[in-house]
Design a protein around this ligand. Structure first.
Ligand SMILES: CCCCCCCCCC(=O)SCCNC(=O)CCNC(=O)[C@H](O)C(C)(C)COP(=O)(O)OP(=O)(O)OC[C@H]1O[C@@H](n2cnc3c(N)ncnc32)[C@H](O)[C@@H]1OP(=O)(O)O
Length: 251
């Protein structure tokens, strides 16, 4: 059985089993350890009730729609159109919403993404930072680098906090994703227990942001990870995170 505490997590043991699968071995040795077991070799989350969509099963039409809606959101956020035009567009958008509202996907639906180096990563398909079907996600696509992951993203005014700058909460969200993904690919999936963000310089909108997460050390289920956001080569924010790997079944 998994730790009873994990029943606080939505889907409780189902999520744990989906991420890790049943096992009779304890991977959390008393020494520093890295789990290099590829995601592809892990049990299929479908066996535990969580659907898995392969990234290439997402129709091009849906990817295009997601990008279009993202543009729509940006246009709405910044529009100064006249009220008559706004009313007309509002009506059209509502009609379109009714047309595609086929009922929600199952909460917890996963997508399996293959990084450029061949590393497979499972994440929720609507993940707010990286989910490929979520128009509210920037999205941030991370690739494997030595010790972790890295990706580049450019944010528009829908991520604005102070004038011309990225909202601090979103900076934390980008870093959380990077440290979580780094921990997931370098060890095994877990949850963020602690995330300390140091905002060193303003993070600009409309500028490519390099987002990095790297595992520093692993101690039993604890994974210590560092993260950085850089704009024009300058660190704008850095993070120190503690990820707790989801416990395996004990048998
Ligand atoms: C996979 C694909 C990539 C996806 C990337 C996604 C990135 C996004 C990541 C997130 O946003 S996660 C969502 C935000 N985080 C949460 O919702 C977590 C909420 N907290 C919890 O569910 C639990 O508190 C937690 C899982 C973090 C820990 O609970 P456990 O019951 O599993 O831990 P336990 O009490 O058994 O402690 C295990 C070890 O961790 C340590 N620990 C646990 N929580 C800690 C904490 N908060 N601070 C410091 N140490 C902590 C604890 O002391 C102990 O250390 P030792 O091994 O040395 O004894």
């Amino acid at each position: 059985m998994v730790s009873p505490k994990y029943h606080r997590v939505e889907f409780g043991s189902t999520l744990v089993r989906a991420l890790h699968g049943p096992t009779t071995t304890d991977p959390y040795e008393e020494h520093m350890t890295v789990n290099t077991q590829p995601v592809a070799d892990r049990p299929d989350p479908r066996a535990f009730g969580l659907p898995v969509v392969e990234q290439d099963q997402i129709p091009d039409e849906l990817r295009s729609l997601v990008a279009g809606v993202r543009s729509l959101v940006e246009a709405v956020a910044d529009t100064e159109a006249d009220p008559a035009t706004l009313a007309e567009v509002d009506e059209t958008v509502r009609a379109l919403t009714d047309r595609i509202a086929t009922g929600p996907r199952q909460v917890g639906t996963m997508v399996r993404r293959t990084m450029a180096d061949g590393t497979d990563e499972l994440g929720t398909i609507t993940n707010i930072v990286a989910g490929p079907t979520n128009p509210a996600a920037p999205p941030l696509e991370l690739e494997r680098v030595e010790g972790g992951v890295q990706g580049t993203v450019t944010l528009s005014t829908t991520y604005q906090g102070p004038p011309g700058l990225v909202h601090g909460g979103w900076i934390a969200a980008l870093l959380d994703q990077a440290v979580g993904s780094a921990s997931g690919v370098e060890t095994s999936p877990g949850l963020t227990a602690k995330l300390e963000v140091n905002y060193r310089n303003p993070t600009p909108l409309f500028t490519p942001l390099e987002v990095t997460g790297k595992v520093v050390r692993t101690e039993r289920r604890k994974v210590y990870v560092s993260g950085w956001i850089r704009a024009n080569g300058q660190v704008t924010a850095e993070a120190e995170a503690l990820m707790i790997r989801v416990p395996m079944e004990e048998g």
